[in-house]
Design a protein around this ligand. Sequence first.
Ligand code: HEC
Length: 115
Amino acid sequence: MKIFKVVALSLLIIGLIFSVAFAKKHLPEERGKVFFDDPKFAGGTKACNSCHPDGKGLEKAADKKVFNIMGKTQKSLEEAVNVCIVNANKGKAIDIKSVQMKEIVAYIKSLKGKM
Ligand code: HEC
């Protein structure tokens, strides 16, 4: 019976380790990255990643207060993301308070300093 207890305890520990690892893989910026790579994000036809490969060129976006994309001025990162969603991805603007927007923004913020 001792072996049974050892096995049961090992399984429990393995289960715990897996759930912690799983939780860590699902940070907001990681979910944002999934959207960033998805051509169908926000109903669009092009992935953000196709124009900003691995977020290239967006490393400074998190700290900017004013954006200028395609001849228009945006006053927040969320607004800038929506301009790209509508004009570049050909999708529909998403609610700036939505979880998806927060995750995309978290991903862009995670690019800071990666050059
Ligand atoms: C068809 C190409 C294209 C796609 C697709 C695209 N973008 Fe852009 N994006 C641009 C261009 C062009 C600019 C303006 C020039 C620049 O700053 O690089 C820009 C600018 C930005 C900026 C402002 C950068 C800055 O520092 O001023 C952000 C943030 C951004 N895009 C996010 C996104 C996100 C998020 C997506 C996906 C929802 C996306 N873009 C999809 C072409 C694209």
